[in-house]
Write a protein that binds this ligand. Structure first.
Ligand code: BGC
Length: 359
C-alpha cells in the first residue's frame, strides 16, 4: 500500500516536472528564443531612456529576448556594443546611432552574419547593411517649428521686422539636416523679404549646429549672441531651436539675461522632455514637438516581427531617405506640437505624463 502511494506520488511529481518544463518551453520559444539587440545613443536625454524602455517592454511581450545597451554618446562604445551583439547571437539589430557615418565597418560584420539592421530614429549612412528605417517625419518636425514661429509672430500680416536667432542640432546626426531644412524652408522667405532679421547673421548649417545636441553648448552660444548683438537693448523676438536639450540651454541664457515670461522670445523645441514642458508652462519655452516614443517602438516591433517571420514589412516611404547606398525603405510616424494651449490633450490625456509629473 505504502509502496503504491509512493509510486503514485512519484508519478505525480514527474508529471508536474514535465508540465512545468512544457510551460517554460513555450515561454522562451515564443519567438524560437530569438534575440534582438537594441543600441541606444545615451541615457543623458529623457527620450532615449523612454525609447529603450518601450522597445524592451514591447519586444519582450512579443516573446523576444532583448539585449539593450546605451553608449554614453561615445561612438567607440556603441561600435563595441554592436560587435558584442553580433558575436553574442543577436538575430536582428535595432540601432539609434550616435554618428550615422561611423558604423560601416561593424555593420559589414552584421551583414556577413546575415543579421538584418533597422535604423531607429536616425538613419545610418554609407552602409548597405541597413535593411529598414523607422522614424518620425524629420522634415515635418522642422517645418512645424518654422510654421509655429511664423504663426506666433503673425509674419503674414504683421509689419515687423522681427529679430530671430537660429540653433540646430548635432552636425553628425542625419536628422539634423532635415530639421534644419524643414524649418528654413518656412523661415527663409521671411528672412529674404526682411520681415525676419537674423541679427547675428549666423544662419548657415555649420554656423548654427550644436555639437552633440549639448545643452551647455547651446547655452554658451546664446550667451555669446546676447552679449555681442543684444546688449544694447535690441529685442530678440524668436529663437528656432531644433530640440529640447538645446532649448533648455537657450532658455537658461535668456532668463539669466533678464527675459521673463512677459517678454520671452518664441522658443521652439522637440521631444517634450519634462524640463521643457515645465518651461512651457512657466512661459520660458513656447512649444515642443511631441514624438510619442510608444508609437515608434510599437512600429519597430511590427517591423521586427515581419522580418523574423519573412512577411511583408510595413513601410510608408520609399523616396526620402537615401543613406548614400540607395533609398532605405522607411516607416514615418507623424509628429505634432504641444504648447500651453493643447498640452493637456496631447501629453496628459494620452497617458504620456501625469499632471503631477509636470508640477
Ligand atoms: C532625435 C531628437 C533628439 C535628438 C537629440 C535626434 O536624432 O530625432 O528627437 O532630440 O536626436 O538626441
Amino acid at each position: 500500500m505504502k509502496k503504491r502511494l509512493l509510486g503514485i506520488l512519484f508519478c505525480l511529481l514527474m508529471l508536474s516536472f514535465v508540465l512545468a518544463g512544457c510551460g517554460k518551453d513555450t515561454q522562451t520559444s515564443g519567438k524560437g528564443g530569438k534575440k534582438v539587440g537594441v543600441a541606444m545613443p545615451t541615457k543623458d536625454l529623457q527620450r532615449w531612456n523612454q525609447d529603450g524602455d518601450n522597445m524592451k517592454k514591447e519586444l519582450e511581450a512579443a516573446g523576444y529576448k532583448v539585449d539593450l545597451q546605451y553608449a554614453n554618446n561615445e561612438i567607440a562604445q556603441q561600435v563595441s556594443q554592436l560587435e558584442n551583439m553580433i558575436t553574442g547571437g543577436c538575430d536582428i539589430l535595432v540601432i539609434a546611432s550616435i554618428d550615422g557615418d561611423s558604423l560601416g565597418t561593424v555593420l559589414a560584420d552584421a551583414k556577413k552574419a546575415d543579421i538584418p539592421v533597422i535604423a531607429y530614429d536616425r538613419l545610418i549612412m554609407k552602409t548597405d547593411a541597413v535593411s529598414y528605417y523607422a522614424t518620425f517625419d524629420n522634415y515635418m518636425v522642422g517645418a512645424i517649428q518654422g510654421q509655429y514661429i511664423a504663426d506666433q509672430l503673425d509674419l503674414e500680416n504683421a509689419k515687423g521686422p522681427f529679430n530671430i536667432e537660429i540653433f540646430t542640432g548635432a552636425p553628425d546626426d542625419n536628422n539634423t539636416h532635415f530639421f534644419y531644412g524643414g524649418a528654413m524652408d518656412i523661415l527663409n522667405p521671411y528672412i529674404e523679404s526682411g520681415k525676419l532679421v537674423v541679427v547675428s547673421g549666423q544662419k548657415k548649417f555649420e554656423e548654427v549646429a550644436t555639437l552633440k545636441w549639448s545643452t551647455e553648448e547651446a547655452q554658451k552660444r546664446m550667451e555669446n549672441l546676447l552679449t555681442a548683438y543684444y546688449a544694447d537693448g535690441t529685442k530678440l523676438d524668436a529663437v528656432l531651436s531644433a530640440n529640447d536639450s538645446c532649448a533648455i540651454g537657450i532658455s537658461n541664457a535668456l532668463v539669466n539675461a533678464g527675459y521673463t515670461s512677459d517678454n520671452f522670445p518664441i522658443l521652439t523645441g522637440q521631444d517634450c522632455d519634462i524640463t521643457s514642458v515645465k518651461n512651457i508652462l512657466a512661459g520660458t519655452q513656447s512649444m515642443s514637438i511631441f514624438k510619442d516614443t510608444r508609437t515608434l517602438a510599437a512600429q519597430v516591433v511590427k517591423m521586427v516581427n515581419a522580418i523574423m517571420n519573412g512577411e511583408e514589412v510595413p513601410i510608408n516611404d520609399t523616396e526620402t531617405y537615401d543613406n548614400d547606398t540607395g533609398i532605405i525603405p522607411t516607416y514615418l510616424c507623424k509628429p505634432v506640437f504641444a504648447d500651453e494651449s493643447n498640452y493637456k490633450e496631447i501629453l496628459i490625456d494620452s497617458g504620456y505624463y501625469t499632471e503631477d509629473e509636470l508640477k
